[in-house]
Design a protein around this ligand. Structure first.
Ligand SMILES: Cc1ncc(COP(=O)(O)O)c(C=O)c1O
Length: 392
C-alpha cells in the first residue's frame, strides 16, 4: 500500500519516540523518571469533573454536538467572559470564538483555513513541533525564524529578510514559549502586529501557556491594538486546568480567520462532546483560584530544580513563563548526547533542544509536570550521579 508523499516530510513525533524509549526501559525493570513531557500529572479541578458527570447524565448531550457548529454558545460566551476578566480583551462570542479540540487542533485548522499550497510560512525556531507538520500537510513550506538567547528568545523582525517577509503569508508563534519558557511583552506584541500588517501576514498566536507566568502580567496577543485585524489567538484549557486529556480549547480573534477555522472543522470533525464543553464553562467561569494554586506548585518545583542545577555547576536564571526550564548543555555535549548521558547516569529523561529546531541545539528542556516525589527522586539521582559539570 502506498501512503501520501506529504508524510515523508514529517519527522517521527518527538514525544512518541521518548514514550517508546521510556516504556522499553521500564519493561526492562529500569525505574525511569520522565521530566520530558509537558503533561500535568496533577488532577483536573473537582468542580470541573463534577460538571462533566452532571452533563454526561443528560441524554441531550449524547448527540452530535453540531447544533452550534462553532461550539456551544454557552462555551463560547464563557470564553468571552474569561478573556474579558483575565486579559481585558473583548470578544464577540458569536463571531470571534470557535471551540477547538485543543490548541494543537487549532494549529492544523488554521493551516487548512488560511494557508495555500506553495505559501511560505514563518515559524519560530526552536518551536513547538506541531506547527511544521500542519504547514506541510497543506502543501506550504515553513521558514524558520531564529530565536536566540541574546534576544531573550524573541524573533528579531528586522533580521527577517525583506523578500521572505513579503512572501510569507502566515506566522506561527507562542509566548509564553514552549520550549524556552521565554515571555513576550507589550512592546514585542505591538511590533508583531506592525510586522504582520505591513507584510500582510496572518498571525497564528498560539497561547496555551498564557496563564503560566511567574511574577509578570498575563498577556493575550488580542490585547494589542490592531491584533484582531491580523490574526487569531489559540488557547486551551489543557495547561491552566490540568485538562490535557479532555481536549478542549478555543480560537479567538479575527472574525474571517475564526470563520475559516470553523469551516475547516465543520468539514472534518463534529466538534467537542457537549458534556466537556459544559465542564469547560465551569473551569473558565469558576476556577481562577485553581490556577493560582498550580502556579505555586510549579514555582516550588522550579525552585527545587534550579537549586539542583546550581549545585551541579549551572548558573541558570529561570524563565518567566511555562512549566519548562530550557537549560544550556554542559561543555562537550550536544543536546542529544546530554540527554543520553542523563538517561544512562540517572535514568532521567529530558527533551533534547535540537528536536525543536536547529536553534534548539545546545539546550535541553526539563518539564515540571511530574509528581513531587518523582521530581525529588530525579534531583537526588542527578546530585548523586552527575559529575560537576563545566560550561563554556
Ligand atoms: C505551544 C503549544 N501549542 C499547543 C499545544 C497543544 O495543546 P492542546 O493540549 O491544547 O492541544 C502545546 C502542548 O504542549 C504546546 O506546547
Amino acid at each position: 500500500m502506498h501512503t501520501a508523499e506529504r508524510l515523508t516530510k514529517i519527522p517521527p513525533y518527538l514525544f512518541m519516540q521518548l514514550r517508546n524509549k521510556i516504556n522499553a526501559a521500564r519493561a526492562q525493570g529500569v525505574d525511569v523518571v520522565s521530566l520530558a513531557i509537558g503533561d500535568p500529572v496533577d488532577p483536573t479541578p473537582q468542580p470541573v469533573i463534577d460538571a462533566l458527570c452532571r452533563a454526561a447524565q443528560d441524554a441531550e448531550n449524547h448527540r452530535y454536538p453540531t447544533d452550534e457548529e462553532w461550539g456551544m454558545l454557552a462555551f463560547r460566551e464563557a470564553v468571552a467572559r474569561w478573556y474579558a476578566r483575565r486579559y481585558g480583551v473583548s470578544l464577540d462570542a458569536k463571531k470571534e470564538v470557535v471551540a477547538l479540540i485543543g490548541s494543537k487542533e487549532g494549529c492544523h485548522h488554521f493551516a487548512l483555513g488560511v494557508i495555500n499550497p506553495g505559501d511560505l510560512v514563518l515559524v519560530t525556531d526552536p518551536g513547538y513541533p506541531g506547527y511544521k507538520p500542519s504547514i506541510w500537510f497543506v502543501g506550504a513550506e515553513p521558514y524558520p525564524v531564529p530565536m536566540k538567547p541574546e534576544n531573550a528568545f524573541l524573533p528579531k523582525f528586522e533580521d527577517i529578510p525583506t523578500d521572505i517577509a513579503k512572501r510569507a503569508t502566515a506566522f506561527y508563534l507562542n509566548y509564553p514559549n514552549n520550549p524556552t519558557g521565554a515571555v513576550a511583552n507589550r512592546a514585542f506584541l505591538a511590533e508583531l502586529v506592525e510586522f504582520a500588517k505591513s507584510n500582510e501576514i496572518a498571525v497564528c498566536y498560539d497561547n496555551p501557556y498564557s496563564e503560566v507566568v511567574f511574577g509578570i502580567e498575563r498577556l493575550s496577543f488580542l490585547g494589542t491594538p490592531g491584533a484582531k485585524e491580523v490574526g487569531v489567538e489559540l488557547n486551551s484549557l489543557s495547561k491552566p486546568y490540568n485538562m490535557t486529556g479532555w481536549r478542549i480549547g478555543m480560537a479567538c480573534g479575527n472574525a474571517d480567520i475564526v470563520k475559516a477555522i470553523a469551516t475547516s472543522k465543520a468539514n472534518t470533525d463534529s466538534g467537542v462532546f457537549n458534556a466537556i464543553q459544559y465542564a469547560g464553562v465551569e473551569a473558565l467561569d469558576r476556577c481562577d483560584d485553581f490556577i493560582g494554586t498550580m502556579l505555586d506548585v510549579y514555582a516550588a518545583r522550579r525552585n527545587k530544580v534550579i537549586a539542583a542545577l546550581r549545585d551541579l555547576g549551572w548558573t541558570y536564571e529561570p524563565p518567566k513563563g511555562t512549566f519548562y526550564l530550557w537549560v544550556p548543555v554542559p561543555k562537550g555535549f550536544t543536546s542529544a548526547s546530554f540527554c543520553e548521558f542523563m538517561f544512562e547516569q540517572c535514568a532521567v529523561v529530558i527533551a533534547p533542544g535540537a528536536a525543536y529546531g536547529v536553534n534548539g541545539e545546545g539546550f535541553v528542556r526539563f518539564s515540571l509536570t511530574v509528581e513531587e516525589h518523582r521530581l525529588d527522586e530525579a534531583l537526588r539521582r542527578m546530585r548523586a550521579s552527575l559529575p560537576r559539570l563545566e560550561f563554556s
